[in-house]
Design a protein around this ligand. Sequence first.
Ligand SMILES: NC(=O)N[C@@H](CC(=O)O)C(=O)O
Ligand SMILES: [Zn+2]
Ligand SMILES: [Zn+2]
Length: 346
Amino acid sequence: MSKQFSMTRPDDWHLHLRDGDLLAGTVPATARQFKRAVIMPNLVPPVTEVAQALAYRERIMAHVPEGSDFDPLMALYLTQQTSVDTIREAAANPHVIGFKLYPAGATTNSASGVTDIDGLSSVFAAMAELQVPLLVHGEVTDSEIDIFDREQVFIDRYLKPLHAKHPTLKIILEHITTQDAVDFVLAAGPTVAATITPQHLLMNRNDMLVGGIRPHHYCLPILKRRTHQQALQQAALSGNPKFFLGTDSAPHAQDKKEAACGCAGCYSAPAAIELYAHLFELFDAMDKFEAFASHFGADFYGLPRNQERIVLQQRTWQVPQTVSIAGQSFVPYWAGDSLNWKLGDD
Ligand SMILES: NC(=O)N[C@@H](CC(=O)O)C(=O)O
Ligand SMILES: [Zn+2]
Ligand SMILES: [Zn+2]
């Protein structure tokens, strides 16, 4: 019999499910492994109000497979117009997890994002008071700042002052990519944490650019140099509860990725928990895996840990070259490559 690894069912603290026909593929892909997921609101138009989030949640629930008790936790899109009333309404709704800050223009569908962080001070104060978390895409968008420096500059310019001004505001720095982000999270108070994606743990910019350009490894914030990758690996493997799982699984159709101007985002959901297991095993740190994947995120958000368990089997399998959703082809992250752990019996 092959080796098995049993763990508390994990949660994905950063996920893009998209909308419409695509939910038929994206929802089951995540629900097979995760109990809960934070659903990012960067639709067109963005999900800015509680009523919109609840309607989106219903569309998601319609695609949850039989027998799954998948629970989507909805993030609202923070705009320059977000009101304190909306914060209050969100705080009172158990299906809403927090607000997502996208600097305007930073990433996919972020045109409605925030242009003046200082101008939202009363909103942040209300969020701190009501303990509504702020989820942050931490990159500046100024054209004169190099794309590889955009996270570090955002931290120095905006995040440090924001945390200093609102020390009780819960901040999750999403999909961190640099040593600077790790250092910031470590130095900040207990209200600050970070999610880390599989691609930023398993790859650096060489994997995207050496020997030919690999559009399926292109996401934002962009992969950084190897020393930054190593800092992220250290953080994830350290057992520090400020760092936890968030895939940032972000599907774009194959023809939108393999294009002269390709979209940013890696579709990791088809192999997400297995990708993280691969990383932890690579570093002989499976003893640290369950807490990173299944405990620390829930603890930080103040939610109960999941009760049920999943079992990974130790066997080699290949991530499919493509998956089809609603008649469109998607290339999963790690397509065609092997992994040594597989969830379930299939
Ligand atoms: N990460 C990405 O590269 N893309 C995400 C948006 C985001 O999380 O920034 C997407 O929605 O496609
Ligand atoms: Zn983002
Ligand atoms: Zn994202």
